[in-house]
Design a protein around this ligand. Structure first.
Ligand SMILES: NC(=O)c1ccc[n+]([C@@H]2O[C@H](COP(=O)([O-])OP(=O)(O)OC[C@H]3O[C@@H](n4cnc5c(N)ncnc54)[C@H](OP(=O)(O)O)[C@@H]3O)[C@@H](O)[C@H]2O)c1
Length: 317
């Protein structure tokens, strides 16, 4: 089968299209999917560049797993003996390592049936970014109706889902992004918008119960004054800036304000919820660009720019 592969760590140019063995069902819980679409995440860039913590997992000098991709949508082609939730021909979406390829074989517990009103591209845009936003706000932030929530980096993959999900959870939402994205972020449902090129939210005197730093560009300390007494700062990117982990450790034991690092946990019940929210038109992915698989280098370059508006997806079939 065809796949986007990388044999050494480096810039987007290390990506190439290659022929690799088609995966097959080895475990009774697996589902063989013919991939139609997969999204490109910052996670793929970190693994491609060989960012040090990823090398501990994927090989110190060269990548062991050569196919990137963590989100998928496609058609079920075969099922393991224990799979009851899906049948051959179903359209599914979910989380799966190595999804930048024509076929993948994830377990059933990280998949869900696609929303009836979504394209394959939209479905592939949902899993990682939307689950990250949902779990951060609902489980870590424990948002309640009426809470004041600020989403920093509201125009990115995680951020644009976070705005919609915070609104769904009943919060009063302030979204922070750059000038050109203000209008469409407002259209996602944000009650207030702040242009970070004009104003630093941390200096305007307003306070929030939850601050979700969806792009890892702020620090807990820089947000302290903007948190309510029991406010929580949540970051999606624990490794930037450099001293973040130390700040988080200190912050998490001093006073009543808390700092939390969140790592997404893929699971089918959150995907099921996201499917329902999508069908009820409470959540909708925005796809800035869709690249064919053979333009994988351009897709990586685009995501690496850090300016993606919503999501970037690959068309694989
Ligand atoms: N912890 C987890 O489980 C998990 C899961 C998924 C992602 N992540 C991490 O979360 C981060 C965000 O991922 P993503 O997919 O949402 O990224 P993304 O889509 O690439 O984010 C792009 C957005 O970032 C905004 N941005 C860039 N610089 C900014 C700044 N200085 N201030 C505010 N906004 C800025 C841009 O908006 P403007 O053009 O308007 O500036 C753009 O819309 C990444 O670090 C990723 O690794 C973590």
């Amino acid at each position: 089968m065809k796949a986007a592969i990388f044999k050494s760590y480096g810039s987007p140019e290390v990506m190439e299209i290659g022929d690799v063995d088609k995966p097959f069902i080895k475990d009774e819980d697996q589902v063989l999917i013919k991939v139609v679409s997969a999204s490109v995440n910052q996670y793929d860039n970190l693994f491609r560049k060989g960012y040090f913590p990823t090398r501990l997992e994927n090989g110190l000098t060269k990548p062991k797993a050569q196919i990137l991709g963590i989100d998928v949508s496609g058609t079920v082609e075969a099922i393991g003996k224990n799979v009851q939730k899906f049948k051959i021909g179903d359209h599914v979406f979910g989380s799966c390592a190595g999804s930048h390829a024509e076929y993948v074989c994830p377990r059933q517990n990280v998949l869900s049936i696609m929303p009836i009103n979504s394209t394959f591209e939209e479905a592939a845009a949902i899993p990682c970014a939307a689950q990250t936003a949902l779990q951060a706000l609902r489980d870590v932030g424990q948002i309640e109706a009426g809470d004041k929530v600020l989403i920093y980096g509201a125009s990115g993959g995680v951020g644009h889902f976070a705005v919609q999900l915070a609104v769904y959870l009943g919060a009063e939402v302030t979204a922070v992004c750059s000038t050109s994205n203000l209008e469409w972020v407002k259209n996602l449902g944000a009650h207030h918008v702040i242009d970070y090129t004009e104003e630093d939210f941390a200096r305007n005197g307003k306070k929030y119960d939850v601050i979700l730093d969806a792009v890892g560009k702020r620090t807990f300390f820089s947000c302290l004054r903007s948190l309510t007494e029991n406010g929580i700062y949540i970051t999606e990117h624990p490794l930037y800036p450099k001293y973040h982990p130390i700040q988080l450790m200190i912050g998490s034991i001093i006073g009543s304000k808390k700092a939390k690092i969140h790592l997404a946990k893929p699971n089918d019940s959150d995907l099921d919820l996201l499917r329902v929210l999508m069908e009820q038109e409470k959540v909708r992915p925005v796809i800035e660009k869709c690249f064919p698989l053979n333009e994988i280098v351009e897709a990586h370059r685009h995501v690496e720019s850090g300016r993606t508006k919503g999501k970037v997806v690959l068309k694989i079939e």
